[in-house]
Design a protein around this ligand. Structure first.
Ligand code: ZN
Ligand code: ZN
Length: 557
């Protein structure tokens, strides 16, 4: 056993006392601070040449050289040059700090050895705004290894990049690998590093993943596993109903994310709450599957999720640059042992084909698209790349496991709303007539109300809050086959003839209208144009027979 491996196995991966551990566990002579600089990237030690005469300094250098099997170069230089190098290192952030910070290289190796000892496939360092966590992946489950300060995490990450012979460039994502004698004593033969800045970016948050390749697979000792903990799940429980989702929709959404593979696509205009529901489902997943890694790529990250790293894309980028950033980050997280990915938006052909590659590797994903209703996500995807994203490829429940359309609609203040007038001058005659076709025994036109003048209850807005109006579509094999055979329009209508199908957003909006909770004026603005009820029923009947009507083709509905 070489001296290096002996030292790494003796030195714990983080300090247990405030004692100065020196470099590689070798004590640095007390008065040397400011008189030497160790460049770990080039294994170059610069020392004030006036110290050449000191026996203890020569002994220290000799110990260091032996500890590194001779792989260190010594340069004797004037103190001014050494000081300039120190200042430069301080400026670029590569200086280990002073005193106790100088042992970080050995600490980093000790962490790798600890990972090897417990049989971990990966070690993650998540350096957040106020603290950092170290997590290990064992048999596909993530467990918490330790919590450390952000300061110590920064030093550790810096030291790991020294082992890769690179400078730590914290502002960008950075790959690297550690191999050969730099792993001596750890039990590992290769370590692949991937790291990316995460939100909050201004707090210098980082997520670093290390894939460990052990020399010999060994059974971890029970003692080594004792310090591990289950990952703490987010508090609370899933509540979608209070924001307007139906019980059945909430049930279906939870069913979608029970899958190990497939993508749930949320459609709707900006500001319809798509990211919000994805985050709530992500927390639900974290509670039910705490050992799984979730990651989000968002443009931009607006709310921080403590349980899942979020990669930010600046919202000032051009459309093309944003697409490239999405694709790059998606490929990056695929190398970071992720089980569940929230992909902000499938926005262009590059992102769409990257998404498909990710979906085909078999991971659960959630993403968004800007389409008028959920069924349109399928033809929109196909149009982005008709070869790679052909319907027979994407119309597969293992690729797309949920289609959701959602809107946020304003709810009328019950204190000041006014009865709706069938001659409502804000609406056209076509629309007023269409509204009346929705009347039934319990849907009376006399119950419809419209925006009032405002009152103290609604802070003079006339509306009190916004609620979700959504349609949740379960893309089973029958629907997917219909997409391929009949195209999206007929597939949609055929789906709606099923007795168990969720009602459309228009149907739910009209229900709110006849309950007096939504102004009919808002329906075309927030949901879609109000069509006559009997017309929609006829469309569905025709679709069931597989007939594309001339009216349908004209409108491109
Ligand atoms: Zn009011
Ligand atoms: Zn229709």
């Amino acid at each position: 056993m070489s001296l290096v491996s002996k030292i790494s196995s003796l030195l714990p991966w983080k300090p247990t006392s405030r004692e100065d551990q020196g470099v590689d566990g070798i004590r640095t002579p007390a008065d040397l601070r400011g008189q030497f600089h160790l460049d770990e990237v080039h294994s170059l030690l610069s020392v004030n040449d006036a110290l050449k005469v000191r026996r203890d300094v020569l002994q220290w250098i000799d110990d260091l050289r032996r500890a590194r099997d001779g792989h260190i170069k010594i340069e004797w230089l004037p103190l001014s040059t050494v000081a300039a190098r120190l200042a430069q290192a301080h400026h670029t952030g590569t200086l280990q700090g002073t005193g106790s910070g100088l042992d970080m290289r050995a600490r980093a190796k000790a962490l790798l050895k600890a990972g090897c000892d417990i049989g971990a496939s990966d070690i993650d360092i998540r350096r957040l705004a106020g603290h950092a966590v170290i997590e290990v992946h064992i048999d596909g489950t993530i467990l918490q290894f330790d919590e450390i300060t952000t300061d110590y995490a920064d030093k550790l990450i810096n030291a790991l990049y020294m082992l890769t012979k690179q400078q730590y460039r914290r502002k960008q994502s950075q790959d690297g690998s550690i191999a050969g004698r730099d792993l001596m004593g750890t039990g590992l033969v290769n370590v692949r590093i991937a790291r990316t800045p995460i939100a909050p970016v201004d707090a210098d948050a980082q997520w670093l993943n290390m894939r460990l390749q052990a020399g010999v697979q060994k059974v971890p000792a029970i003692n080594a596993l004792k310090g591990l903990k289950r990952v703490e799940p987010p508090p609370g429980k899933l509540d979608l109903v209070s924001s307007g989702w139906t019980e059945k929709q909430a049930e279906l959404l939870q069913t979608f994310v029970l899958n190990a593979t497939g993508t749930v696509i949320f459609t709707g205009p900006p500001g319809s709450g798509k990211t919000h529901v994805m985050h709530r489902l992500s927390e639900h997943i974290a509670r039910t599957r705490p050992g799984q890694r979730q990651a989000f790529i968002e443009q931009p990250v607006e709310t921080i999720l403590p349980h899942a790293p979020q990669l930010n894309i600046l919202d000032t980028l051009t459309a093309k640059a944003a697409g490239e950033a999405y694709a790059h980050r998606t490929r990056l997280v695929l190398r970071m042992a992720v089980n569940i990915l929230g992909l902000g938006e499938i926005r262009d052909p590059l992102v769409a084909t990257t998404w498909l590659s990710a979906a085909e590797t078999g991971m659960l994903m959630m993403s968004t698209m800007h389409t008028a209703h959920p069924f349109l996500a399928i033809p929109r995807l196909r149009d982005m790349d008709p070869d790679r994203l052909a319907l027979p490829i994407i119309c597969d429940p293992a690729i797309i496991c949920g289609l959701v359309g959602q809107r946020l609609v304003p709810v009328l203040c019950e204190h000041c709303s006014l009865p709706w007038d069938q001659e409502d001058p804000r609406l056209t005659k076509i629309m007023r007539n269409a509204i009346l076709t929705w009347q039934r025994s319990d849907w009376r036109a006399s119950d419809i109300r419209k925006l009032g003048p405002g009152c103290p209850h609604c802070a003079w807005k006339g509306t009190v809050r916004r609620q979700v109006v959504a349609e949740v579509v379960d893309p089973d094999e029958t629907l997917m086959a219909d997409f391929i055979q009949y195209g999206p329009t007929l597939a949609r209508h055929r789906y709606h003839t099923r007795s168990a199908a969720d009602s459309t957003m228009l149907e739910k909006g009209m229900e709110l209208v006849f309950q007096g909770r939504m102004d009919p004026f808002d329906v075309p603005l927030k949901i879609e144009r109000i069509r006559p009820y009997d017309f929609l029923q006829r469309e569905r009947e025709r679709a069931l027979k597989g007939i594309e009507t001339p009216a349908l083709m004209e409108r491109g509905h």
